[in-house]
Design a protein around this ligand. Structure first.
Ligand code: CTP
Length: 397
């Protein structure tokens, strides 16, 4: 159940913080991807480098770190959306009290407010503290919020006194995590999603064609994001060299016409994402044999391909969400809004071809997701922006 799942592990400043290092390992052994957020006092028990190197990712501590990039201080928002489960283990009485009162003065507590996933709190403290009326009240409060609480176990505590307050055994934390994740239904469960990706090739003759440098990365990222949200995804892709996942239905096409024919079978899908860079033109004549060069000028007569997104927009069923892309070199938002209207799409994901670290072959992207009521901007890896954009789209359905 934990395989492929994403866990944000919140570590607070109690002696059991050292056990969180092993807990992280246990989640990884179970196949989960883990990112760690620590309270500043937790870093006095375990160096954040330990968690950073084991998780392979930066550890979030302060909301406003001294040398933060623009995207770092909003990380709690992204992590809160990224995670399938947010586990706070160990959770001190102090952090528990903050959570119970909505205080968000560090990255961990801010992520609690931003989290869209279930939250599992493992309170860990000395027995006397655990029995205090305020802890009792705060535990009740967080459960009323809908957060899960795994009670501590009894035994010898750091104070040398025997009592209730120990971090539960890892098996117990993992089992509870699995149960919580297993009980959530992903928002696109039972939905059919079709994503198109990559370029098309319009052949002139067997060895020459008109195409574009689309890598298919953004389309694939959208398809994987939909799959993570539980959808039954079909990826219709042009000729791409990126590795494609085995566990996804795939249809390989070459030309715009192939793509048009392939997508007609899915016109009733719950969501169609047209991320493919479809050629707007195709040669009127396709030669069966390699064209020999003449002595002077050569001309290729071109005709428009079918605008597939418009075709889909014209017959869009009520239950369908239609998402188009717009790659622009000028007047991005204006052109994208025009495409939204003209093609009757529900959403357009637009980006500047000219933006640094953006566009066709790059691994990163800055995109503007827009519909008739406004727009959002996302930056990051193509996987991150695909996921953020899809989350907004799914929430609006
Ligand atoms: N598209 C399509 N069929 C085409 C051309 C484009 O379905 N023959 C889709 C693309 O997959 C994308 C959207 O239309 O989702 C916008 O593509 P884009 O190339 O930005 O715009 P065009 O409609 O081709 O307009 P222009 O080239 O004039 O900007």
């Amino acid at each position: 159940m934990l395989s492929g799942k994403r866990i944000v592990l919140g570590v607070t400043g109690g002696i059991a913080a050292y056990k969180a290092v092993f807990l992280l390992r246990e989640y990884q052994k179970a196949g989960a991807e883990v990112r760690v957020t620590m309270t500043p006092s937790a870093t006095r028990f375990v160096g954040l480098e330990t968690f950073a190197s084991l998780s392979g990712h930066d550890v979030a501590v302060e909301i406003f770190p001294e040398e933060a990039g623009a995207d770092e201080w909003t990380r709690h928002i992204y992590w809160g959306e990224w995670a399938d489960l947010f586990v706070i283990a160990p959770c001190t009485g102090n952090t528990l009290a903050k959570i119970a009162n909505g205080i968000s003065d560090n990255m961990l507590t801010a992520t609690v407010l931003a989290a869209r996933c279930p939250i599992l709190i493992c309170p860990t403290m000395d027995g006397e503290m655990y029995d205090s009326p305020s802890v009792e009240r705060n535990l009740k409060q967080v459960q009323d919020f809908g957060y899960h609480v795994l009670e501590p176990e009894s035994g010898f505590l750091a104070s040398g006194i025997e009592g209730k307050g120990r971090l539960p055994e890892f098996d117990s934390i993992l089992e509870t995590s699995s149960e919580i994740i297993g009980s959530i239904e992903a928002p696109l469960t039972g939905k059919k999603v079709v994503v198109t990706a990559g370029p098309t090739r319009e052949h002139i003759d067997p060895v020459r064609f008109i195409s574009n440098p689309s890598s298919g990365k953004m389309g694939l990222a959208m398809a994987q994001a939909a799959q993570r949200l539980g959808a039954d995804v079909t990826l219709i892709h042009g000729p791409v060299s990126i590795p494609l996942p085995e566990d996804m239905h795939k249809i390989a096409i070459t030309s715009a016409d192939d793509l048009f024919k392939a997508i007609q079978r899915f016109a009733e899908a719950d969501m169609i994402v047209m991320a493919a860079a479809v050629s707007d033109f195709t040669p009127v004549e396709v030669h069966d044999h390699k064209v020999k060069k003449g002595n002077g000028e050569s001309k290729i007569e071109l005709t428009n391909t079918v605008d597939i997104l418009s075709w889909l927009g014209e017959r869009k069923p009520d239950h369908q969400t239609l998402v188009g892309f717009a790659m622009e070199t000028e007047n991005l938002l204006e052109n994208a809004h025009q495409k939204l209207k003209k093609k009757n799409a529900d959403w357009i994901i637009a980006n500047y071809l000219s933006e640094k670290a953006s566009g066709f072959e790059s691994d990163t992207n800055t995109v503007h997701l827009l519909n008739t009521s406004g727009d959002h901007t996302f930056s990051g890896t193509k996987s991150e922006v695909a996921e953020q954009a899809l989350n907004v789209i799914v929430r609006a359905v």
